[in-house]
Design a protein around this ligand. Structure first.
Ligand code: ADP
Length: 259
């Protein structure tokens, strides 16, 4: 609690009483704490690729550049780390924009099945590489009011995760269900699953069950935080069920109409 006191003066200037104003600042404190944790996390996440880029550039300048093979492999690392940095910055900016409500929703009538098919198409290379069997919705069309780019981003992040955390020859199933006033989008995989203790935390920014695995697959730890925001910007909800070693299912419920 934050307390302010002010004397209550009478006509003669005597103090007749005291006005006390009490503010509950626990929310403000909590926000401040979250913000400073976020800044610390961001700094840490940015530092890792920058340190690596700097180190490898230094080694190249110190003479490694004259060895063609070494030069090529170090440049590849520098390229990959810069790419990671780029994605990280894009994700951080994206998240902070949504969080500041700077981005009003621009809903239009979309066929969510088309958006699913188009998005999965862009991930085809990774799917083939791991020989993953992707099952798309049986339905050809399901119309709803939503912002196409945001729906695309939601699907992209969920399916990309499903691919990352599913071993070779696994299966991913994407489905849509039409309810009276909602649309359900389901992304299910036969991957490594998530332990019960980690489940409540996976939507937090930078939370990763296995940091090394996430990093190796190009993860930023922000994907699900962004998904949650995008879902909530449509007044939707996201739920997750998972069993370690068996697989994970994300279910998103979105209202059919935004107005
Ligand atoms: P990342 O960039 O690390 O994938 P996300 O925010 O997208 O970050 O996900 C947070 C964490 O949740 C991941 O690091 C991973 O541990 C876990 N996770 C997300 N999706 C899945 C999935 N389909 N199967 C298993 N674990 C998952």
């Amino acid at each position: 609690l934050d307390a302010h006191f002010a004397p209550l003066l009478g006509v003669d200037g005597d103090i007749n009483g005291v006005i006390t104003v009490l503010h509950d600042i626990t929310d403000i404190r909590r926000l401040e704490k979250m913000r400073s944790e976020f800044v610390a996390n961001v700094s840490h996440e940015l530092k890792t690729p920058v340190t690596s880029v700097k180190g490898f550039a230094e080694t190249l300048l110190d003479g490694a550049m004259y060895d063609e093979k070494l030069c090529r492999s170090f440049l590849q690392i520098i390229y990959d780390e810069s790419d990671r940095l780029h994605r990280l910055i894009a994700d951080i900016l994206h998240l902070s924009k949504i969080e500041q409500h700077q981005l009003p929703l621009h809903p239009e009538i979309i066929n969510i099945v088309d958006v699913i098919n188009e998005t999965v198409e862009t991930l085809q290379e990774e799917v083939s590489k791991k020989d993953i069997d992707i099952k798309l919705p049986d339905t050809k069309e399901l119309y709803m009011e939503a912002e196409k780019d945001r729906i695309r981003q939601i699907i992209l992040n969920l399916v990309a995760n499903a691919i990352t955390y599913t071993p070779e020859h696994g299966m991913i199933e994407i489905n849509v269900e039409e309810k009276a006033s909602d649309v359900k989008l389901i992304v299910k995989d036969t991957g490594i699953g998530i332990a019960e203790k980690d489940l409540p935390r996976i939507f937090e920014r930078f939370y990763r069950v296995d940091k090394a695995r996430s990093r190796n697959s190009g993860g930023t730890g922000l994907g699900l935080a962004i998904v949650k925001h995008l879902v909530e910007s449509h007044r939707g909800v996201i739920e997750v069920e998972s069993q370690e070693g068996k697989g994970t299912q994300f279910t998103i419920t979105l209202p059919k109409k935004q107005s």
